[in-house]
Design a protein around this ligand. Structure first.
Ligand SMILES: C[S@@+](CC[C@H](N)C(=O)[O-])C[C@H]1O[C@@H](n2cnc3c(N)ncnc32)[C@H](O)[C@@H]1O
Ligand code: SF4
Length: 386
């Protein structure tokens, strides 16, 4: 078994900065196309030399708003990846896009570069909510964008944010029902998170509005599980729902703790030294990489950080990612989780306790979080590694 390999490209610019977002983003500007192509190629070259002989499962343009990136940048990255690694036959090339009318006009051109999956940041199908979320599209343009995306790309997914102030369970059921009639193959449903340092965090601090109570958002989460399953898009991960075979291959690289190269400002990567046997061999180790945050430092070639993860750190990351998946992770009694000094002591008792609380299941081969466990995964992980 060799570890899957994906490439993540971070495009850091957005038309405007949404009040809830804490990604590494900057207000859009005219960019120096050649400088961007040079910097991205330089880093892809560097990481390709360290992952020789492997083909790519996926390439993901995320952000920020990569649908604002000049076409030659997207084209160049796809060509460079094809030249340096080559793609697996069913490789997935995803681009995130905002559903404004201006961006829809570029969908066909993106499809011609080789992008075969579009991820649309719809966020809501209600104008009032889109306004509250600081978005520069309305529900009608979101619906037009979904149709235009379906015409241009073989695979389309879109994101919705629930748990907005004032939103009732019924409101959410109706909105999600409407989203499901748009016949997506994949949906990402995120609960609104108030991230420290964002405009929303300041508004909540000042008492301008209050996020909904936990029991309301828990009911919204449960409703989403039921409704997506009934529509043939069951949850395969905490926030992600897909029809058969429509799961995000790129995100599965993260959740199955595969390897990924991260380039562009503030991109993270994980590489396995000696990746045979899924990186679990005695002499293998995981390396975490991170590029400089500020676009100007990134373009100037400031050094990337590189950290070798200890066995227990790598185990913790593997569990943190893998237990997000409904199918869970492979866990045998020979796993480093049981044998490592830092995580092994009392491991069976901790697992037993969480099974007793109906938060985990384990059959000696697969460890999975139950529906309840996935909803409070941070607490489960805390107890698992306490
Ligand atoms: C990095 S954004 C990129 C997509 C694109 N720029 C857009 O906004 O349409 C990925 C997704 O994360 C979600 N997201 C970002 N911040 C969030 C927050 N604080 N709470 C919930 N979801 C959030 C949004 O649904 C967003 O579409
Ligand atoms: S949510 Fe998307 S568009 Fe809004 S600031 Fe974040 S990355 Fe940019």
């Amino acid at each position: 078994m060799t570890t899957k390999l994906g490439v993540y490209i971070h495009w850091p610019y957005c038309a405007r900065i949404c009040p809830y977002c804490d990604f590494n983003v900057y207000k859009n500007r005219d960019v120096d196309v050649d400088a961007w192509i040079r910097a991205l190629t330089r880093d892809l070259d560097h990481y390709a030399a360290r992952t020789q002989g492997r083909k790519l499962t996926s390439l993901y343009f995320g952000g920020g708003t990569p649908s604002l990136a000049p076409l030659p940048v997207i084209e160049s990255v796809i060509e460079t990846c094809a030249r340096l690694w080559g793609f697996e036959p069913d490789a997935e090339i995803t681009l995130e896009a905002n559903p404004t009318d201006a961006e829809q006009s570029r969908f066909e051109a993106f499809a011609r570069t080789g992008v075969n999956r579009l991820s649309l940041g719809v966020q809501s199908l209600r104008d009032e909510a889109l306004n509250f979320l600081g978005r520069d599209h309305d529900a009608a343009s979101a619906k037009r964008a979904i149709e235009a995306a379906k015409a241009a790309f073989p695979r389309v997914t879109f994101d919705l944010i629930y748990g907005r102030p004032g939103q009732t369970l019924d409101d959410w059921r109706i909105e999600l029902g409407e989203a499901l009639t748009l016949a997506p193959q994949h949906l990402s449903l995120y609960q609104l998170t108030i991230e420290p340092g964002t405009a929303f965090a300041i508004a909540v601090d000042k008492g301008r509005w209050t996020p909904p109570e936990d029991d309301i958002t828990a009911d919204m989460y449960d409703a989403a599980q039921e409704m997506t399953a009934a529509a043939g898009l069951p949850a395969y991960e905490i926030s992600n729902h897909a029809g058969p075979g429509e799961e995000s291959r790129h995100n599965l690289v993260y959740w199955t703790y595969g390897d990924y190269v991260g380039v562009g400002p503030g991109a993270h990567g994980r590489l396995t030294k000696n990746h045979a046997h899924g990186g679990l061999a005695e002499d293998s180790h995981r390396i975490a990489t991170e590029t400089p945050l500020a676009p100007k430092d990134y373009l100037a070639g400031a050094p990337h950080t590189q950290t070798i993860l200890s066995k227990s750190e790598a185990t913790m990351e593997r569990f943190t990612m893998g237990l997000r998946l409904r199918k869970g992770i492979a866990l045998h009694e020979t796993d480093p989780f049981f044998t490592d000094a830092a995580t092994g002591a009392g491991a069976y008792e901790r697992i037993d306790r969480l099974i007793g609380d109906n938060l985990l299941t384990w059959d000696g081969e697969t460890l999975a979080a139950t529906g309840d466990g996935r909803r409070i995964l941070n607490r489960v992980l805390y107890e698992l590694f306490a």
